[in-house]
Design a protein around this ligand. Structure first.
Ligand SMILES: [Zn+2]
Length: 479
């Protein structure tokens, strides 16, 4: 194994002295900001972990072995001891799967831990080739006559260039605005949560922030509700950041929040006749981890303490409709580990409780992911369609048309199992099973040029296009 596979990550244990920070909007414009990272972080040393000893099969055909952080000890480590996962020399290839047998070759390479997989569809799969195995994998593909294209030559370089610091001008604007969100940068969780709190305090008649639960490591799961409170309003639930590394998702969802909250009075009736519920970061532990340790972390951060000590459940395989089926793994080290039971994770549990116990009548659920540019509707668990799939397909196509007209990106529309591959335990299937009619998983840009590591210059164009798509959905709901 190379630098990647062998990377041992020390678990950060929060320092005991935590500075208590005032809400950012308690500060008058121009006043000093609280120092970055001074917001209280969960105490990792105290996080409770369920000891789960459930059996899992290692010969599961869907299992794949992936890099995993190994937690060593519970000693308190100063923050500087965080060792970032280094992707120098790792490459992203787009591999054609037209030749029969090519998927099996890719699966084998993945099981041997030479590669991991990113996006994919019926025609190709994007793979991450670990730095030490570039030659090895090249030889395998040449021998098997499998076509591929190198898309990213040095992944670490892309990661380094992805999220540059704001320039002086932007920093000045940020100080006057009352919150730190910019959509010119991918922000840390404290900026996102500070932004939600700022809106609730600035626009109390339409914005309310509720913490619907806590992540495994104790971070808040914050939902902002934007509504004028009319009893006839329909309700829509939108989330982002289920998968930690898909940074464009929380950026896009917070862009919508900003547009609606800052312009509520002049917004269209379509928008004002909806109670909007936004959970921009479903997986805050994973999200922070992608900023501090491993840019490409996907799952949550709850350790599995069986014979295999691996960390993280794929939250989008943990929802409770047809949980445990195709496209999910019982192997805790897999990137698509489904957890030990449906809703075994606090993050998925919180959403389930909030949506099912709320008196609100949700008529739409949209979950934003990346990447691939797809508008997907149920079912995901298998090649099957809900009875009203034609309504979803028609709306999806109108949304895709609006996205294309607004900015030019082409989004494909279809059922997730049909267009991509079956994957049971997804949040969209669960939402549909709860009777929420318009349920979509949206895979944001791009189609693989940058993949998960989408430069910040793409945030505003992607978010703006998708706002046009969301307006089409809002319009449909009044019918
Ligand atoms: Zn995702």
């Amino acid at each position: 194994m190379g630098a990647l596979g062998k990377t041992v990550v020390l678990l950060l244990v929060a320092a005991t002295a935590v500075v208590c920070t005032p809400f950012v909007n308690d500060l008058a414009p121009g006043q000093e900001w609280p120092a970055r990272n001074s917001v209280r972080q969960p105490n990792f040393g105290e996080s409770q972990t369920e000891a789960v000893q459930e059996e899992f099969s290692t010969d599961d055909p869907t299992s794949e072995i992936t890099d995993d952080a190994v937690i060593i000890g519970k000693a308190i480590q100063p923050k500087t001891d965080i060792q970032r996962v280094d992707y120098s020399g790792a490459q992203i290839w787009k591999v054609s799967t037209e030749k029969s047998g090519s998927r099996a070759v890719i699966s084998r390479l993945r099981r041997r831990n030479l590669i991991s997989t990113w996006g994919g569809n019926q025609y190709s799969i994007d793979i991450l080739v670990k730095s030490d195995f570039v030659r090895n994998v090249t030889r395998v593909f040449e021998r098997e006559n499998i076509q591929y294209e190198v898309v990213i030559l040095d992944l670490q370089k892309n990661i380094n260039d992805e999220n540059p610091p704001l320039d002086e001008n932007e920093l000045g604007l940020q100080d006057r605005r009352g919150h730190r969100m910019t959509w010119k940068q991918y922000h840390r969780l404290e900026d996102i949560h500070g932004f939600l709190d700022y809106l609730a305090k600035t626009y109390p008649s339409i914005a309310t922030v509720t913490t619907i639960g806590k992540s495994h490591e104790g971070r808040d799961l914050k939902v902002i509700r934007l509504s004028d409170g009319k009893p006839t309003n329909k309700a829509v639930f939108i989330d982002g950041g289920i998968h930690a590394r898909e940074w464009i998702s929380p950026a896009t969802v917070t862009y919508f929040i900003n547009q609606f909250a800052e312009n509520f009075d002049v917004e269209s009736d379509d928008i004002k006749n909806i109670d909007w519920y936004f959970l921009p970061v479903v997986n805050p532990d994973g999200y922070e981890y992608t900023h501090t340790v491993d840019r490409l972390w996907r799952k949550n951060r709850k350790p599995y303490l069986g014979t295999r000590q691996c960390t993280g459940t794929d939250l989008n395989r943990n929802f409770g409709y047809r949980w445990g089926g195709k496209g999910s793994s019982s192997y805790p080290c897999s990137e698509i580990f489904r957890g030990t039971r449906a809703f075994s994770e606090p993050e998925t549990q919180a959403i389930n409780n909030f949506v099912t116990k709320s008196a609100k009548n949700f008529t739409a659920y949209i979950t934003y992911h990346s990447y691939g540019q797809y508008l997907l509707y149920p079912w995901g668990y298998d090649n099957a369609l809900p009875p009203d799939y034609k309504d979803l397909d028609a709306l999806g196509k109108s949304m895709a048309e609006a996205i294309s007209q607004a900015g030019g990106s082409k989004y494909q529309v279809g059922s997730s199992s049909g267009l991509l591959y079956p994957a049971a335990g997804g949040s969209d299937d669960w939402a549909k099973s709860q009777g929420i009619k318009y349920t979509f998983t949206i895979e944001l840009n791009d189609t693989g040029r940058y993949g998960f590591v989408l430069p910040t210059t793409h945030i505003e164009p992607v978010a703006r296009e998708n706002l046009a798509g969301l307006r089409v959905l809002a319009n449909q709901l009044k019918k």
